[in-house]
Structure formats: C-alpha cells, structure tokens
Ligand binder design. Structure first.
Ligand code: ZN
Length: 208
C-alpha cells in the first residue's frame, strides 16, 4: 500500500479487495530505515474497508513495543526485521503469536540467511527483502532468488516445507515466475501494480 494513492485510498483498497490476496503495509520509523511511511490512523482506516487480511511489515526499532497495537488495529500477519530485534527475535515471534497473529521474520539483502535458520522452527512465515527496506520503487536484486531457495531448502530440511516465504521489493510480472520457482509463495508488489497503466492486468499477469 506504500505505492497507493493516499488521496483516493478507498479506491485502491477496493481494488486490492477484489483482485489481490492481502494488504501489505510497510511501517517505517525514520530510525531503523531512513524513511517514514504512515502509522496507525492509515492502517486503521484500511482495516475498516479491508476484506482481505492485513500483513504489517515493521521496519522499526523495538517492534515489541508496537505489535499489540497493530494486532488491535486488525493485522493478521506481523513481521519484523531480524536486524532490528537480534537476540530478542524468538521472544517477539512468541509475543505476536500470543496475540493470535501470524508471526514472520524479515531480513534485508545484506543479512546472511543462516542468521534466521535457528528461528525457522518458530516462524509462521519468512519475509525475504529483495531490495533494501526503506523506500518503494527500487529495482529487484537478482541474488534474492538464491536467498529464497536457501531458506526453502532449510525449511524442507527441518520438516516445515509448508511455511510461506514472502518476497518484497521490485516484484512484478517480469520476475514473479522466477521467485515462485525458487519457493516464494507470497509476492509483495507495490509500484509494479499501482504505477501500472492497468493494475488489475498487472496482478493477473503475476498470477499467470
Ligand atoms: Zn514490505
């Protein structure tokens, strides 16, 4: 939703309700990432109209301070960055799950995937960033495909092949097939949908 038209948000919410599967909400704090996006009033407004689940991606320091409030705002999925949480990651995953929300761990392109392997028995999903968190409209980093493949292989190895792998950053009809083949099952598309001449067609192309 970072690429949505905030003057006509309801129109974009209806489009997602009708044609997409999930609302992906990027929350930036100006500290963990250099950018600031939007906060609770926007998330709550979207929640009032959303019929598809809300997926909140926290790009913030101290995610544990805010997960309860995002759960109350209507999130069905909450993810936070391993780089922001470090040793507290396991406890925060449990905190999110105790709120009845699916819990995910996120890593930026420069974080070795092995860092999150100890958390894979606990997670409900994994989010692999295919650009550096912080801004919409960036170009897909091709090495991300191998990172998805490595996480998928580890999930298979530990007997949890069903855990969804989400990918976020520069995703569109041009690379959807490639990331799906590597094991991604949740594709976050911002600019490739909202900046497309025909957003519905862009979504259909990715489904294809
Ligand atoms: Zn995101």
């Amino acid at each position: 939703m970072l690429s949505a038209d905030f003057l006509h948000l309801e129109k974009d919410v209806e489009m997602v309700n009708t044609y997409a599967d999930i609302f992906h909400l990027d929350i930036m704090d100006g500290t963990f990432v250099p950018n600031i996006s939007y906060g609770f009033p926007v998330v709550e407004a979207i929640a009032r109209k959303a019929v598809k689940p809300l997926d909140v991606h926290l790009m913030i320091v101290h995610p544990e301070k805010y997960v309860e409030r995002f759960a109350k705002a209507g999130a069905s999925y909450i993810s936070f960055h391993y780089e922001a949480a470090g040793e507290s990651s396991a406890a925060i995953l449990e905190q999110i799950q105790s709120l009845g929300v699916k819990a995910g761990i996120v890593i930026n392109p420069d974080c070795p995937v092995e860092k999150i392997f100890p958390l894979l028995p606990k997670v409900d999903f994994v989010l692999i960033m295919s650009v550096f968190a912080g801004f919409g409209g960036q170009k897909f980093i091709p090495e991300s495909v191998d990172r998805v493949r490595a996480v998928k292989a580890e999930l298979v190895r530990i007997g949890r092949p069903e855990v969804p792998i989400e990918i976020d950053g520069g995703i569109g009809p041009g690379n959807a097939a490639q990331v799906i083949a590597a094991g991604a099952t949740m594709l976050v598309a911002g600019s490739s949908v909202f900046k497309a001449e025909d957003p519905v067609k862009a979504i259909a192309a990715m489904r294809g």
